[in-house]
Unconditional design. Structure first.
Ligand SMILES: Cc1cc2nc3c(=O)[nH]c(=O)nc-3n(C[C@H](O)[C@H](O)[C@H](O)COP(=O)(O)OP(=O)(O)OC[C@H]3O[C@@H](n4cnc5c(N)ncnc54)[C@H](O)[C@@H]3O)c2cc1C
Length: 823
């Protein structure tokens, strides 16, 4: 029998896999592998890392050489050889030798097309003249970029397109110390994940000082690629451009040969990876695959599928009947210090295909919280509630992302139901996972939802529900609530829920959230068993926050939309001085604002001038701790970021007031008063005490919360944007010190009038005068941000000189107080 003759076009991922498998299956076949370029079987995926200097050996990228493949596999490898025409009838391939430009013909029994995909380069004005512009597909591209960087030492680089290659290039250029901008036309990076997951990446890249330009495209390249004009009209100066907006299947040969192409231009293949010609197979980035989940056609240019398809076609050419049952797009990428991974369909695709789906967001730890170095993984799972089919999953975090995505990818392929994720027995020891692995947790949540134990709403729905008058409980501690919350919600910390059950309306739907979902889950279980219609906010505040105010979990100004505007961080002070910490605390594994709460509590136990060293793995900590020390008048001495472990050294108090003997106790002579009541008599009492204490030289702090806030309202109506309910509420409450009732004998307003007249007769200052003179004496008057939010009181409505702050500020004041009154 005549030995079969197989020609493989393309000598890298798919082509080289097909060739070597073929040899293992058939020792006697004549195998020719054509490659247009110089190199075969190189590691495309490593190219960005060589440019960035992370991979230092160029040779390490050359997985197999032409000689090696000839020698070890007896394959006729012809590099610099381009297939330029297929004569299907005669089964003849025309090849061009790119060294001498000679053309010749080769007959074949079977042809395998593995020509890959090429970087898209649309005809943007100035693109051909842009000398700074590069695309990255192969070793020569990599060498060109590396040589350019070495020669011109660019200071600024712009990456256009924020897919895998773009982001990896951005990271590697940043690693070289180059200032990097990323321009992306979509509103997010990394299209395989959904927006809320991408937001975590956005924030991280901004933290890394990447200039991230989203929802903007390139209009024109000017000045030979030194200037990029964007569609928004903005422009960027740059020394280097990496153009990575996507790839297109290299389908020219197939198209000219009359082979069927798919809708997206990829070569059409059947389940055996055969084209419309029985003798021609096609694999890799050049083909259109079946989406494993939806069974529809898709372009999924990834190395794993290309390699596996190479093996399948080799088997089929050797008479086996192997099928490729589709790609799921399982992928992972390193984005600076984060890892992002996904498998299956995302929400955008499911929506686009009109597929009914449900969503779960969770934020588990990467491993047991008590073992050092744990960090949060934010995960999203998409599934069908009725059939329990898993559609896809996405995750972002600092460690353990890849293994969770791989487990779910395996579960999808095995056809497991979403609730079966809870039954998976996965390896566990504290440094690696938790006894309930994050994948199990997804299964538990799905099980609860499917069995009606829990009902959820999404982060994107909650604002509208609040506007419609929903009762939304923030089940976090009040200190967390003060840092930031969803406007229009009520703070009932989880431990208080049973005692405060009467505050919750029975005739309304109740929505509950906490930081990551667990306390809200416990709360809704209590409420549901007590007859309330209670829902959880899926993904909790962490997901909501990552979308609406991702920078920080600290309080700040509120913008027109009612979202928190994050304040600017302070710089680290006196970075180079070495202070010995009095207390070392490990807050690893705690999520925002856990590390900040721990910081606060730990500092409480220290004296002024003593130093706390606290370690956290929460990425937000880096920013939060800077804002927090500033707000609380402490001093950040050092903030060290060592491979995602953040260590802050904080000096209690201001550095200028650092006592020579750090063991000296603080004076403990100050005075703090919480003013909760709006009764005029109580307000007068508060201000009399405050003035008295201030005149004795004490520092006095009055913290106005809930009804007490009405004392601070301006007497005249101020025009501010309010919801209907806030307006109603505002109208029902007394506007300022002149309108206050008294606690006893109010007698429809007669009582206050009588008291005022008596005070006048007896020469006692009016409440308004008392407030003014207290301020003149330096009494600190603070309005509680959280109460203002709940009561719909805006800062413009308060009298001048009032500070707005959270409970943390007030608690900070109490540390030096020898009495603390509640009025
Ligand atoms: C920078 C970069 C990073 C990547 N990172 C990852 C990653 O981390 N993970 C991942 O899964 N995937 C990654 N990929 C994608 C992955 O490399 C591809 O999916 C995979 O290589 C596709 O294999 P292929 O055989 O279809 O095409 P390729 O590996 O691209 O091989 C095609 C070859 O065919 C040759 N060729 C084309 N036409 C002809 C012709 N007419 N005659 C002769 N030769 C021809 C080309 O020169 C090319 O060398 C990355 C790709 C790039 C460029």
């Amino acid at each position: 029998m005549k030995n079969k003759k197989v020609i493989i076009i393309g000598g890298v991922a798919g082509g080289a896999s097909a060739a070597t498998r073929l040899r293992r299956m058939d020792e006697f076949a004549e195998i020719i592998m054509l490659e247009r370029g110089e190199f075969i079987s190189f590691a495309n995926c490593g190219l960005p890392y060589y440019i960035g200097g992370v991979i230092t050996s160029r040779d390490a990228l050359l997985v197999q050489s032409v000689e090696g493949m000839r020698r070890d596999f007896n394959i006729d490898v012809r590099n610099f050889s381009e297939a330029i025409n297929i004569d299907r009838e005669k089964k003849v391939l025309t090849v061009k030798n790119l060294v001498n430009n000679e053309e010749y013909q080769e007959t074949y029994d079977y042809l395998v097309i593995s020509t890959g995909a090429f970087p898209v380069k649309p005809p943007i004005k100035g693109i051909d003249e842009a000398e700074t512009l590069f695309t990255l597909r192969n070793i020569p591209d990599m060498d060109n970029i590396k040589a350019y960087i070495n020669k011109f030492k660019p200071k600024r680089a712009t990456v256009i397109g924020a897919g895998f290659i773009g982001i990896e290039m951005a990271e590697n250029l940043h690693h070289l110390g180059i200032d990097v901008s990323i321009v992306e036309m979509a509103n997010q990076v990394m299209a395989p994940v959904d927006f809320e997951i991408a937001q975590v990446l956005h924030q991280h890249m901004i933290d890394k000082k990447v200039n991230l330009v989203l929802s903007d495209g390139v209009k024109e390249f000017k000045n030979k690629g030194k200037e990029i004009v964007l569609t928004s009209g903005k422009s960027l100066d740059t020394d280097l451009i990496i153009f990575a907006i996507g790839v297109r299947p290299e389908n020219f040969l197939a198209k000219e040969a009359g082979l069927k192409l798919g809708e997206r231009g990829g070569i059409w293949v059947d389940d055996n990876l055969k084209t419309t010609d029985d003798s021609i197979y096609a694999i890799g980035d050049a083909i259109e695959v079946k989406d494993f989940i939806t069974k529809s056609e898709a372009m999924i240019p990834l190395a794993g599928p290309a390699n596996k398809q190479g093996r399948i076609v080799a088997d089929n050419i050797c008479g086996l009947n192997k099928e490729y049952d589709g790609s799921m797009g399982t992928s992972v990428a390193k984005v600076f210090d984060l890892i992002v991974g996904s498998t299956g369909n995302n929400e955008k695709i499911l929506k686009h295909k009109n597929i009914d789906y449900s969503v779960i967001h969770i934020h588990p730890g990467s491993h047991a919280g008590y073992y050092p170095g744990a960090s949060t993984i934010s995960m999203k799972l998409l599934y069908n509630k009725e059939t329990e089919q898993i559609y896809g999953a996405q995750a972002v975090g600092m460690e353990g992302v890849d293994k969770r995505i791989d487990v779910i990818a395996t579960a999808i392929r095995a056809g497991m139901k979403v609730t079966e994720l809870k039954d998976l027995e996965l390896s566990y020891a504290p440094p690696f996972s938790s006894a309930k692995d994050p994948v199990n947790m997804l299964g538990f949540v799905a099980d609860n939802i499917i069995n009606g134990i829990v009902e959820t709403v999404q982060y994107s729905e909650i604002d509208e529900l609040i506007q419609e008058g929903a009762f939304v409980i923030d089940a976090r501690d009040d200190i967390e609530n003060t840092f930031a919350t969803i406007p229009g919600t009520v703070n009932i910390p989880f431990p208080e829920i049973r005692n405060r059950i009467n505050e919750i309306p029975k005739d309304k739907k109740i929505f509950v959230f906490c930081q990551t979902g667990i306390r809200a889950y416990n709360t809704t279980r209590i409420l549901r068993q007590r007859g309330f219609e209670a829902y959880n906010l899926d993904g909790a505040f962490k997901t909501y926050q990552s979308v609406y105010h991702p920078d920080n979990c600290m309080p700040g100004e509120v913008d027109d939309l009612g979202k928190v505007v994050v304040e600017k961080s302070v710089e680290v002070e006196e970075k180079n001085i070495i202070y010995t910490p009095k207390l070392v605390v490990d807050a690893s594994g705690l999520q925002c604002p856990g590390p900040i709460i721990k910081t606060f509590k730990s500092l409480e136990s220290l004296n002024d001038g003593e130093v706390l060293e606290i370690t956290s793995t929460d990425p937000g900590f880096k920013k939060d701790v800077k804002s927090w020390v500033e707000k609380t008048n402490n001093t950040l001495l050092d903030l060290n970021d060592n491979k995602n472990i953040f260590t802050a050294k904080i000096l209690k108090g201001k550095i200028s007031s650092r006592p020579t003997n750090p063991v000296t106790k603080p004076s403990q002579e100050d005075s703090t008063i919480v003013v909760f009541s709006e009764d005029m008599d109580k307000a007068i009492a508060a201000f009399i005490i405050a003035q008295g204490a201030a005149s004795m030289g004490k520092k006095v702090s009055l913290f106005f919360t809930f009804w007490g806030l009405n004392i601070l309202r301006k007497p005249k109506k101020v025009r501010v944007k309010k919801s209907f309910i806030e307006k109603m509420f505002g109208a029902m409450m007394p506007r300022g010190s002149k309108k206050l009732p008294i606690s006893k004998m109010n007698m429809l307003g007669m009582g206050p009038k009588m008291i005022k007249s008596i005070m006048k007769k007896k020469n006692v200052d009016s409440l308004e005068t008392m407030i003014k003179s207290a301020m003149d004496l330096g009494v600190k008057i603070t309005a509680c941000a959280m109460s203002m939010d709940i009561m719909g009181i805006k800062k413009e409505e308060l009298i001048d000189g009032v500070e707005i702050a959270g409970v943390a500020t007030y608690l900070g004041d109490t540390t030096t107080a020898n009495h603390n009154l509640f009025i």
